[in-house]
Design a protein around this ligand. Structure first.
Ligand SMILES: Nc1ncnc2c1ncn2[C@@H]1O[C@H](COP(=O)(O)OP(=O)(O)OP(=O)(O)O)[C@@H](O)[C@H]1O
Ligand SMILES: [Mg+2]
Length: 551
């Protein structure tokens, strides 16, 4: 574990913020705290023109529905850059940094990326397309390659977190004592548990059951949304704008970027405190001198309207917020998280859930914990590890060593392939009618292979039998599709997207239409492959399904 990410104040942390600074020719400049500091120290607009700064860009993959290799992300100065480039540069940095640390720690400087089994974690809630996007960005960064895909494993974050918790004892959890292994609690017969991962940008919730062999089975498909700790900071920013004026704050950011950053860092530190729970205590946020002198020039009447009990300036140095005011900043996102969990917990599929594992940085928030306990503690045992931010990373390492721990998953979208059926007058649309060997057929029908919410074992193959529609056809093509509509009828329906195709040679035309073709989808670790096999000739063709397939 690399605990040496140092921030401006010199503190060591186990994580560095996902911020990237590129030069205008798109070459790498810096990442994490270094990028934040360098960007905030740029003196003026002229200097800023030479750099592209990116923050919270991971959320693009969550929000972007039409994600592909051309998707753009805007830098802080508004310039659009390909998302692929931003992710590739970031992963390249992390890879180089990892190799550097491994070489230092082992004293062996011959390590190369090819010697490492890489595990990249992604939120489970991401679409298959976003997960594939990360894999491609990693390949471009030199982490694994299309020729050697196994060198890179994509782990789902809540699964990694669950694996981490499984390995721990009760005393590794907040407010718990004793050396009883948590595994025993999670794996009680006939019980399920829910993993709630709340990070900076995303809430990611999955429901698991531990099976007799100790492996984890997913019970309910992943749910969640864009709710995380960063929205509290955004809320603070909004409040400052409300009090002191949007334009004034904007001007301050431009004129004193590094002071703005330290103000935000100051807030970040205070946000993590426990004062918010005590109604008699104020949270004191130290203001940079430049900010105070800006205030002297202006007087905010909006701020007065709250009354000095809620907010006041102390000694021309501190902005003091009551615990009620602090809660106001937390409330919108905390309410969304609570609402999401409340709705989910009520579902019949979750009736056997007895434990809630709370992980991710925001899960460390004293206020959020209190709110979740008030809401759910009567029904569930809530377990929170001491280090909520690193549960995912450490779990990912365990997963890398034993990937088969995750044995079954609930698929979140419907998969299928195209097929032709006998045309039925009045049922099938005329425009899909064609004649094959004198028989009226309906083409472009969506044949469902796996419906959303069904459980798929890792390494499971789903096979359907096909026959040629023409007796003399020697080559047969099959298209594969995903859809958000489990009732889709035709591959041309609006919610249906093509994700690949295969063409298989079927030379034995003497058998006519009586040739059997087996078309299958194979659910591997993170990828799905599709195969068409012509049984009589033994020919087969295969493809890895591609969520950005545009053909
Ligand atoms: N003690 C704490 N109290 C309140 N918030 C905290 C605390 N510790 C960390 N956070 C918040 O947790 C968030 C970071 O969590 P984490 O490191 O799990 O995010 P991430 O994995 O980078 O983001 P995501 O999972 O959304 O992609 C930040 O918003 C941070 O402010
Ligand atoms: Mg996270």
């Amino acid at each position: 574990m690399n605990r040496d990410w140092a921030n401006e104040q010199g503190a060591q942390t186990s994580k560095t913020p996902t911020c990237l600074l590129l030069k205008t020719d798109l070459s790498f400049d810096s990442f994490g705290y270094d990028a934040m500091e360098k960007y905030s120290n740029l003196q003026d607009e002229r200097e800023e023109k030479d750099y592209l700064f990116f923050k919270h860009f991971k959320m693009t993959l969550h929000n972007e529905e039409s994600l592909d290799s051309k998707t753009l992300i805007e830098a802080a100065n508004g310039q659009p850059v390909k998302a692929k480039t931003v992710f590739t540069r970031s992963i390249t940095f992390l890879k180089d940094e990892a190799i550097k640390v491994i070489c230092q720690r082992t004293g062996d400087d011959h390590f190369s990326p090819d010697d490492v089994q890489w595990v990249l974690t992604v939120p489970a809630i991401w679409t298959p397309g976003a997960k594939q996007f990360m894999r491609e960005a990693a390949y471009q960064a030199g982490v694994g390659s299309p020729e050697n895909p196994d060198q890179l494993m994509i782990a789902l974050e809540p699964e990694a977190a669950a694996i981490f918790c499984q390995e721990k004892n009760l005393s590794d959890f907040q407010a718990e004592v004793g050396s009883r292994p948590v595994d025993g609690i999670l794996s009680q017969i006939n019980t399920h548990y829910v993993v709630v991962d709340i990070g900076g940008g995303t809430l990611d919730v999955t429901v698991h059951e531990i099976q007799d062999d100790g492996n984890i089975k997913e019970i309910h498909k992943v749910t969640g949304g864009p709710y995380g700790g960063m929205y509290v900071n955004q809320q603070f920013e909004t409040l400052l704008e409300e009090w002191f004026g949007v334009q004034r704050i904007q001007k301050f950011k431009e004129q004193h970027p590094s002071d703005w950053l330290s103000l935000m860092n100051e807030f970040e530190g205070k946000k993590r405190g426990k004062r918010i729970l005590d109604d008699s205590l104020m949270t004191n946020i130290r203001l940079p001198r430049s900010f105070v002198s800006m205030l002297n020039e202006t007087q905010s009447s909006v701020m007065d309207s709250y009354g000095t009990k809620d907010v006041r300036l102390k000694n021309k140095e501190y902005l003091c917020l009551s615990s009620g005011m602090m809660k106001k900043l937390f409330n919108p996102v905390v309410e969304r998280i609570k609402q999401h969990l409340k709705t989910l917990i009520k579902k019949p599929q979750l009736s056997k859930v007895q434990t809630m594992l709370l992980v991710g940085g925001f899960a460390d928030s004293a206020f959020l914990q209190q709110e979740l306990k008030t809401e759910f503690a009567r029904r569930l045992r809530i377990l929170i590890p001491h280090y909520t931010t690193i549960a995912v990373v450490q779990g990912a390492v365990i997963f890398g060593k034993k990937p088969t721990k995750i044995s079954e998953r609930v698929v979140s979208t419907t998969f299928g392939a195209d097929r032709s059926v006998d045309f039925i007058e009045g049922i099938h649309p005329e425009e899909k009618k064609f004649i094959a060997d004198g028989i009226e057929k309906c083409g472009q029908v969506f044949k469902c292979f796996v419906k959303e919410n069904s459980v798929i074992k890792l390494g499971q193959r789903i096979t359907k039998s096909y026959h040629p529609v023409r007796a003399n056809a020697t080559s047969l093509k099959f298209g594969f599709y995903v859809t958000s509509n489990p009732k889709a009828q035709f591959v041309t329906d609006p919610e249906v997207t093509k994700i690949g195709s295969v063409k298989v040679q079927s030379p034995d035309t003497w058998r006519g239409k009586d040739r059997k073709i087996e078309v299958s989808m194979y659910f591997g670790g993170t990828e799905i492959t599709a195969t068409a096999s012509d049984i009589s000739s033994g020919n087969s063709a295969q493809t890895t399904l591609d969520f950005f397939c545009r053909s």
